[in-house]
Write a new protein. Structure first.
Length: 329
């Protein structure tokens, strides 16, 4: 416990020091017509997730060196992109290289199954970017990461698949970030930036990878279901609209709730956090521990969320279309 208190204090100090550096170097996020915020805010506060893993490694030994190198690579490139925009090709190469390092750490980088590994790498990088796309309002990245990390920690208590101290240290980093970001619109001290959203995505996927390998059960991805449904169905929606997926937009459910429906950022972030926690805790404690039950639970939860997504869009998407029309005037 004393060690975790020290880590929390070090993370808090590190975040405050970063604010001074970001302020001095003008690392800021300026709002535009696609943003869900209206004031200039410090960018890159999510670097605390990377710092958290380095501090954890320093205290508990460098148990996962390849994972640490991969995280440092992908978060470092993302931080550079936050400061000076990089080509998509550079970011993707870094993300695939980092994912390969994570796979090597997980012990699944077997070239005899290269096509399965390639598919898994694409899913890993794709999921990382979907989580990044979901970072658009105050509190949602830190809040949702807690909704993923807490169930992972609970499962790890009874069926150890990874060092519990890594999960706890990442939770502490999320709590530190919450202090400065889990606030109403216009009140956030900092935004996560790609370094934060990509970084925490990389960490969560690595932890889930350990759990899936330990149990041989891919349905544990249900811990990311809420983001998965909103992120993937929004991508499908944009494809149907023949939009450039690389361009910024405000079409996610959480964005329409925050922007068109004027629901507070904290309320929306809490809603996503609570829904994911309910689904995950139900999966852990109420779903029978059989493969069939796990798949039925996952499919059932997906169908319910997908229906809610479609009904929501049918009722409220016209408000976003009205907003887009104003931009053309």
């Amino acid at each position: 416990m004393i060690t975790y208190i020290i880590i929390f204090i070090l993370l808090l100090i590190a975040e405050l020091l970063y604010f001074r550096i970001a302020d001095k170097c003008n690392i800021i996020d300026k709002p535009n017509e696609r943003s869900s915020h209206s004031t200039i805010v410090l960018r890159g506060g999510g670097i605390i997730f990377l710092i958290g893993v380095w501090i954890w490694s320093a205290f508990f030994g460098f148990q996962y060196p390849w994972f640490l190198m991969g995280l440092t690579l992908v978060a470092g490139i993302s931080f550079v992109d936050d400061v000076h925009s990089l080509p998509d090709s550079v970011r993707l190469v870094a993300q695939f290289a980092a994912a390969a390092m994570a796979f090597y750490q997980l012990g699944i980088l077997h070239w005899s199954m290269w096509w399965i590994i390639l598919l898994a790498l694409i899913v890993y990088v794709g999921a990382t970017n979907v989580i990044n796309f979901m970072d658009g309002i105050n509190g949602i990245t830190a809040g949702y990461s807690l909704a993923v990390l807490i169930p992972l920690a609970l499962v790890n208590l009874t069926d150890t698949f990874v060092a519990q101290s890594l999960i706890v240290s990442t939770i502490l980093a999320s709590l530190v970030f919450c202090v400065f970001n889990f606030r109403p619109k216009g009140k956030a001290k900092c935004f996560a930036g790609d370094v934060g959203s990509i970084g925490i995505a990389f960490i969560m996927l690595f932890l889930l990878g350990h759990l899936i390998i330990r149990t041989g059960d891919i349905t544990w991805l249900i811990f990311l279901l809420v983001y998965g449904v909103d992120g993937c169905l929004t991508i499908a929606h944009r494809i149907m609209l023949h939009e450039n997926l690389g361009e910024a937009h405000r079409k996610h459910v959480y964005q329409i709730m925050a922007n068109e429906l004027k629901i507070g950022h904290v309320k929306v972030a809490l809603l996503y956090m609570v829904i994911q926690l309910v689904i995950s805790l139900g999966f852990i404690y109420f779903c029978p521990n059989t493969m069939l039950a796990h798949w039925l639970y996952l499919i059932g939860a997906f169908v319910v969320l997908a229906i809610v997504y479609i009904l929501f869009m049918k009722k409220y998407y016209h408000l976003h279309e009205q907003y887009l029309a104003t931009l053309k005037k």
